[in-house]
Design a protein around this ligand. Sequence first.
Ligand SMILES: [Zn+2]
Length: 486
Amino acid sequence: MNPRQSGSIAHWAACVAIFFLPLAIIGTPAVLAQPGRAGEIVRAPKPKPIDWKKTTDEAVKLLSQYIQINTTNPPGNEIRAAQLLKEKFLSDGIPATIWQSAPGRGIVAARLRGVGRKRKTLILLSHMDVVPANPRQWSVAPFSGKVKDGSVWGRGALDDKGPGVIEMMAMLAIKRAGILLDRDVLFIATGDEETGGRQGAQWFADNEKDIYSDAGYLLNEGGAIMVRPNGRQLYTVSVTEKAPLWLRLVATGPTGHAADPPEETSVTHLVRALGRLIDYRPKIHVLQPVADYFNVLAHIDHGPRQWLNLAVALRDPAFAREFLSMPYQNAMVRDTIAPTVLMAGPTINELPETAYADVDCRLLPGENPKRFMETIRKVIADKSIKIQVLLTSPATSSPQKSSLMRAIERLAREDKARSVPTMISGFTDSRFFRQHGVISYGFIPIELSAADERGIHGVNEHIGVSQLGDAIRRMVTLLEIFGGRG
Ligand SMILES: [Zn+2]
């Protein structure tokens, strides 16, 4: 933040205090009984400048500690991480609470009060659990939280402990500086995100509605500041995401000695079914945020002109072949089907009674899971195969236009960057809050290069100290904009 901005915030904070004090007095008879001159207006003190170096150093220390708490999911065991975050909030006088959705599982929430009376609360969401990390593949111990070469290293540095620390430190910086926001900010860190969220965000969204019933907006993982190869920044804001539909295909057949096999067994049924399934190509459908995203990329990167109008361009078979050959691009324009788990017998010379395959399907928003499953049944064309649903969740979207989007656009403009709404091919905890009517965007103002993105669920995940500090600074600015700065 530059000094000019600080000045305007101080002015704004004083104005808010003047505006709301009479309301507070009217609404609180006890205040009238206090001694003091009638009509006296007490100005809020000017916000103190934020020491960014100190804030960043503190964030580095906190993130390092947070990474050292191993929250690999399964089993998660997020409760110690929840305690760490809760204690940190409490030590700064921000009320915080922990929930245990199941033994060892943790959820933490903390609320920074604003002075607004009408404006809806903004949720800052993150998750505390992480995916497994194989230390043999890493150059640093994945749960060391080591600080070296200007970065904090470890599983969760980017997904999603780093963003959680950015959200928390922004709240602490605002509170310590005495910046008055015109709305409450509610921090929520859940567990169990990486395996579907049943013991985490889903549990919280369903069971603790009172905690967030005043929330209208939410920021979560799913979007960031992409640094393009030409150095230009693009603020990507995910407004929708694909819906998971995890299926188990179960085939059964006769048992017996493998020396005299019948023509069809559980395994042959399953393999033939999978063969038909992987040859199937779901139809192409370019949704509006996806079209917008590629259009903006074409402008920023001076990329292929076909990206300017992707839906039309994909009618050309040669272009479509090339475009769809990139897995990420393919996933943006169609439902995907990925067999990931295969199970059959334990011994080589015995025919197993059952064989099954788990298939991770991701549906575009708007696709009906029931209709999709009917298509799968037709493609498999084998009535003996049973299809079980392991996980399903409706696709959820938030409007592309809102006051939160305008605040993000303004933040981007102040950084001389562009912002674009988009869709992500994965899914996040945002869907549980979208289902309850909260406008939820995937956006954390952290700069991410393609190399950074490879660390997410990959090896040697790390976040640069300056990346962390800049993100906190931008998050503070975003909260100021969305929290009432003119
Ligand atoms: Zn994540």
